[in-house]
Every structure is written in structure tokens, then in C-alpha cells.
Design a protein around this ligand. Structure first.
Ligand SMILES: [Fe+2]
Length: 426
């Protein structure tokens, strides 16, 4: 009886604080940011955190929400419930975010959200600072509650990567984590997953994350990018209207620049994005603690995996050459693609140039077959991979001073592809 009461109370707590996610701070060695939501009836909420080694929380600290506003971005949006029945989501909540600073490098932390009366379940993250570290790269699982297996496949894939390397400490995602970003119930369900409790996630905005069920049916894709903001609290070091959507952060020796491709469909959006990328990478390269590696991550693919056709590579490769971008990560096409290192539109020996990688889908439902024609750009593309519509994979990323090593794993944990991106820093 007592047990039932406790269980019921915990479920009640889980409802009060939700959509909890840890995200990168500008320097992940000492800053991690937390995004969460709570009901509008909750007057105030904050984060309590401590090192995992602090068993009784005696050394814990509290930090207030830096961002707290009434969010109605998802209210009244046409959606689907878990049975696949159409409905309008009535959802207004208080969106919160804060930044934990002064953290110890290479340390595991735990935290919860509270209003002084109730508290959320415990969540964790690990700060950067280890000389060698690993992450999981996964995208395009289009979480859609009426087809719950999509999320199951993706989360099982994360578990597979964690089994392959238990030191994996965070997730890099080139986007499309939900089917319709305007459906708040999809996000809420997503963040209930254990892999959002135990890992920091660095996401970019994918087209699905930016859409609603209505935009897909009407093909009216010109939407404001408000859904990413309502589910995240990334560093505010972006540019103009993309502050809070495009951002950069350091994880150890690597600088990650995370870009919102939804803002770059046209030249007037591409130019400020390019100028911002040039500015932040050039400043970092000239700074005191210059990054060993620069990684650019965005949603739309560099090359179309089904055909090998040039896509975003065409508009970015000269910029990446100029900035010495080591690795470019994208998703969207649902077929895995990896190129040779490329510089000046030519294959190099790896001493300079960028390796372009496109993730596959990971939901076992939205993969694609290769086109029945010779692959385009065979000189540039080393390897591509798909399982057809039922595709699931993720990339294990391991980084040390000598190289970035990428290993493509299938759902069974089999190595499908591997490559190394050597450090160009002496
Ligand atoms: Fe996708």
C-alpha cells in the first residue's frame, strides 16, 4: 500500500516538471545548460545539482531559472494522440532554462528540478575534460507516439553504442528527433526516455522538428523556428534571429558549431549564417585555447545518399576549406554517407580537408533505398550504407589528441564502417 502511494507520488512529480534535457554550455568543461518545463500553476522552479559521488547531496547547489516564460508556441496545434487520432493540442506551460557554471572538468553530475515541495526524477551529465572521450551521433528517428517503435529503435541504438563503449558520455544529433516539432506531446514523450536522463544532448533543428502535421499536409513549410526554442536552452552565442537556434560550444579539444538549416533555405539566410560561422571559428582559431578540431553540424545532407548527388556540400565546401573544418556532420537523407577528406573539391591524403558524414535514419521505418543508377560523386564518396526503409544505425565518435575516430554501428553493434580524421594541429 505504501509502495503504491510512493509510486503514485513519483508519477505525479514527473508530471509537474517535464521535458528536462541537459545541453552544452559554451565550454562543457565547466558549464552545462538545463532546459525544462513546468505547469503554469508552479510559481517558481530551480535546479539542484551535485557530483554523482556526493551520495547524500550534502554538497549540492541550487540555481534559479535564468529563463522562465509562458510558452504558448504549441497551443492549439493540430496533432495526433497515441492512438493516431487527430486532435488539437491545448498546451501552455512555463518554459525554463538555466546554466550551471563553475563545474569541475571530467566529472559526473546529477541534478533534479524542484519547486521546494516536489521534485523531478534524477538526471545526469558528464562534463568535458577527459583527454580521450566518446559520443554517440544519432538522428532522424522522427519520434511519433502512434508508432512507438520508432523511438524504441532509436533508444535501443543509443544503448547499443553505450554497450559498445561504456565511456560514451553525450549525444550529438543532426536533428529530426520528432516527427512534428509543433506537437508538444511528442517532445514531452521523447524527454521521458532514460537516454535523456543520463546524457547531455547537443541537437540541431531538423525540418521535422520545425514542422507541424498541418504544414506537412499543406506543404506550407515556411514556419517560424519557435519549436526548437521551446524545447532547449542552448548557448546564446548565435547570430541575429538565430540566437538560441544556432550555437557553438567546446567539448574538450573540439569546437562544435551547430547550425539551423531551416534559416538558410535562401541566400538572405545563408549569408549571415556563413558570416557567423567564419567569425566564430576564426576567433576561436586565434584565441588562447584554440580548438584542435572544428566540427560543423547541421541537418540537411552534404550529399544525397540515395544517389550521391551534391547537396549542401556545394554551398559550404569553400567556406570549410577556408576555416579548416575537420569534420562536417549532417542527417536528413536517411542514408549513411562518408567522404574522403576533401579540400579544393579534391580528395586529399588527410593532412588537410574536411570529412563529410551524413547519418542514416534510426527509426526502422523511414530509411531509403539506393537509386538504381551508378552513384554520383564516386571520387569523393568512400562509403554509403542503408538497410532500406527499415534502417537503424548510429555513429560512435571517439576523440583524442591524435584523431577523431568514427565508427558506424548497426543495431546489433556490428561495425559497418570506420574512419579516422587526423589532427592537423602540431
Ligand atoms: Fe529525417
Amino acid at each position: 500500500m505504501f509502495f503504491c502511494f510512493v509510486l503514485a507520488a513519483q508519477l505525479c512529480f514527473a508530471q509537474k516538471f517535464y521535458s528536462i534535457e541537459s545541453e552544452p554550455g559554451e565550454n562543457c568543461s565547466n558549464e552545462i545548460r538545463i532546459s525544462w518545463a513546468t505547469d503554469t500553476t508552479t510559481a517558481d522552479s530551480w535546479v539542484v545539482y551535485s557530483k554523482v559521488s556526493d551520495r547524500d547531496w550534502r554538497g549540492s547547489s541550487s540555481i534559479a531559472a535564468q529563463e522562465s516564460y509562458r510558452c504558448d508556441s504549441y497551443n492549439g496545434i493540430w496533432s495526433d494522440n497515441e492512438k493516431g487520432e487527430p486532435f488539437y493540442e491545448n498546451v501552455i506551460f512555463t518554459k525554463c532554462g538555466t546554466s550551471l557554471t563553475g563545474l569541475k572538468p571530467d566529472t559526473e553530475y546529477k541534478y533534479y528540478i524542484t519547486d521546494g515541495t516536489d521534485r523531478s526524477s534524477e538526471h545526469r551529465f558528464k562534463t568535458a575534460g577527459a583527454k580521450e572521450w566518446s559520443a554517440c551521433i544519432i538522428s532522424d528517428f522522427h519520434s511519433y507516439p502512434p508508432l512507438a517503435s520508432r523511438l524504441d529503435h532509436a533508444m535501443n541504438m543509443v544503448n547499443t553504442v553505450k554497450f559498445y563503449d561504456p565511456s560514451v558520455s553525450w549525444i550529438l544529433s543532426p536533428g529530426d528527433v520528432v516527427a512534428y516539432g509543433g506537437s508538444y506531446s511528442f517532445w514531452k514523450r521523447l524527454f521521458e526516455e532514460n537516454n535523456f536522463s543520463r546524457f547531455m544532448w547537443a541537437r540541431v533543428n531538423g525540418n521535422h522538428d520545425n514542422w507541424t502535421k498541418r504544414t506537412v499536409m499543406d506543404k506550407s513549410f515556411e514556419m517560424p523556428n519557435r519549436f526548437f526554442m521551446g524545447t532547449s536552452y542552448v548557448p546564446r552565442n548565435g547570430y541575429g534571429p538565430e540566437v538560441g537556434r544556432s550555437y557553438w560550444f567546446r567539448y574538450g579539444d573540439a569546437m562544435f558549431v551547430m547550425m539551423n538549416t531551416e534559416a538558410m533555405h535562401f541566400e538572405e539566410g545563408f549569408i549571415p549564417a556563413k558570416e557567423w560561422l567564419e567569425k566564430v571559428v576564426t576567433e576561436a582559431r586565434a584565441g588562447k585555447d584554440a580548438p584542435r578540431y572544428v566540427v560543423v553540424c547541421m541537418h540537411y545532407e552534404w550529399f544525397v545518399g540515395t544517389s550521391g548527388k551534391t547537396s549542401q556540400y556545394g554551398r559550404w565546401h569553400e567556406v570549410f576549406d577556408k576555416l579548416g573544418v575537420d569534420l562536417a556532420v549532417a542527417g536528413n537523407n536517411h542514408v549513411y554517407v562518408r567522404t574522403h577528406p576533401l579540400y579544393g573539391d579534391q580528395v586529399t591524403d588527410g593532412s588537410k580537408g574536411t570529412v563529410y558524414v551524413v547519418t542514416s535514419s534510426s527509426d526502422n521505418g523511414r530509411g531509403r533505398k539506393f537509386q538504381d543508377a551508378p552513384m554520383l560523386n564516386p571520387d569523393k564518396i568512400v562509403f554509403r550504407w542503408t538497410e532500406g526503409s527499415h534502417t537503424v544505425s548510429a555513429i560512435h565518435m571517439n576523440v583524442n589528441r591524435k584523431r577523431i575516430k568514427l565508427t558506424l554501428l548497426d543495431r546489433e553493434g556490428n561495425v559497418v564502417d570506420a574512419c579516422e580524421v587526423p589532427s592537423k594541429k602540431r
